[in-house]
Design a protein around this ligand. Structure first.
Ligand SMILES: *Cc1c(COP(=O)(O)O)cnc(C)c1O
Length: 362
């Protein structure tokens, strides 16, 4: 029996994508072996690899100016790769701090070169409860790039309008909300997302970047660290994580079949609205710390009147078939991660549970 999975990442995957993997596991399309046993240079794997790229290109409407790169090492490795490729002694990078992941990204950049804080919404207690407005951020036009985080997985905040970085190349960590809705790829120099939140298993990072920007990267670093190396080789410079890319392909095919990103957005907004409406209507029991304009459609964080009740909520939810609701160790409380694979019905089950829990304990 499958549970309702609200894990923040690795997160639940759409059932049809897993069923397809199950059906093809031992014998991929009559080849007598699984996809992960195929050579990455063979036509069977190549078809999957390029289908994944084609699906992404269609779903996002990626223009010719941009390209897709698959990387390993997680989003965290990109925190190091980005400054290694694009920082120069003459130009600093600018980081917008909106949560724990952006702090980590900044720390890595500082090891490589000059990196400054363009804006931060950190509260005195170390938490974040909103993202900055455009007016609060000033990008120095000489910067190598500006780095933002579109959705803050730990604290449940999200940019609903992306910051405009002007002439400065915009680099964005979209790990926890990539493909939750359509977005204009042409506005970004580089976006990256670890697959295990919204588009597949761990082990692969999807990068969508401007070709010109990748080509401008440093050449005095090892080849394997250069984005350009991987872009030029269609992400087959060395052995790619074939099974992870295969599963991403299955998820992307599912998304397309479901109606693409406009359908994902409609569903995701309805899901988030259902939970936030419940929180607001029961505000003397549940406390939602994030400012309304910054509320995430992917990670909904809230607290109950006491830590004991938080613990009871998680335990009772588990008995009702719902897992993954415990908040991050930094924030405590509850976090419901409602990525694309979580259905409206799953969310309705949670909302009904929240109502009855508040009624019995409030
Ligand atoms: C999960 C996450 C990361 C880290 O991902 P890894 O693949 O574990 O390195 C980075 N940024 C954001 C926004 C995340 O949600």
């Amino acid at each position: 029996m499958r549970v309702i999975n609200f894990n923040p990442g690795p997160a639940g995957l759409p059932l049809p994508a897993l069923e397809r993997a199950r059906d093809e596991l031992l014998d991929f399309q009559g080849s007598g072996m699984s996809i992960m046993e195929h050579s990455h240079r063979g036509k069977d794997y190549e078809a999957v690899h390029f289908e994944a790229i084609a699906l992404l290109t269609r779903l996002l409407g990626i223009p010719d100016s941009h390209t897709v790169v698959f990387s390993t090492g997680g989003a965290s490795m990109q925190f190091g790769m980005i400054p290694t490729n694009f920082l120069r002694p003459t130009a600093a990078a600018q980081y917008v701090l909106t949560g724990g992941w952006s702090e980590k990204a900044l720390d890595e950049a500082k090891i490589v070169g000059q990196a400054r804080i363009a804006a931060t919404t950190r509260n005195n207690d170390g938490t974040y409860t909103r993202v900055p407005t455009q007016a609060e951020v000033k990008f120095d036009t000489n910067s190598a790039y500006a780095h933002t985080t579109s959705n803050n997985t730990l604290f449940g905040t999200q940019f609903h309008d992306f910051l405009d970085t002007g002439p400065v190349p915009h680099v964005c960590d979209m790990s926890s909300d990539f493909l939750w809705r359509p977005f204009d790829v042409s506005k970004f120099a580089l976006t990256y997302a670890g697959a295990q939140k919204n588009l597949g298993p761990s082990g692969v990072v999807v990068i969508v970047a401007k070709k010109e920007f990748l080509a401008s990267g440093r050449k005095d670093i090892p080849k394997v660290f250069r984005y350009q190396t991987h872009a030029e080789a269609d992400s087959m410079y060395n052995t790619p994580p074939t099974l992870a890319i295969y599963l991403v392909r299955n998820v992307l095919a599912w998304m397309e079949k479901e109606g693409g990103l406009p359908a994902m957005e409609k569903r995701n907004r309805a899901k988030a609205d259902a939970i936030y409406n419940c929180l607001d209507s029961l505000s003397d029991f549940y406390r939602a710390p994030v400012e309304k304009a910054s509320r995430s459609t992917m990670n909904v964080v809230f607290r109950l009147p006491s830590e004991a009740l938080d613990t009871e909520f998680v335990a009772d939810a588990k008995k009702a078939g719902m897992v993954g609701l415990k908040g991050h160790r930094l924030t405590g409380g509850i976090r419901a991660s409602i990525y694309n694979a979580v259905s409206e019905r799953d969310v309705q089950t949670l909302v009904e549970f929240m109502k009855s829990f508040a009624k019995s304990k409030g």
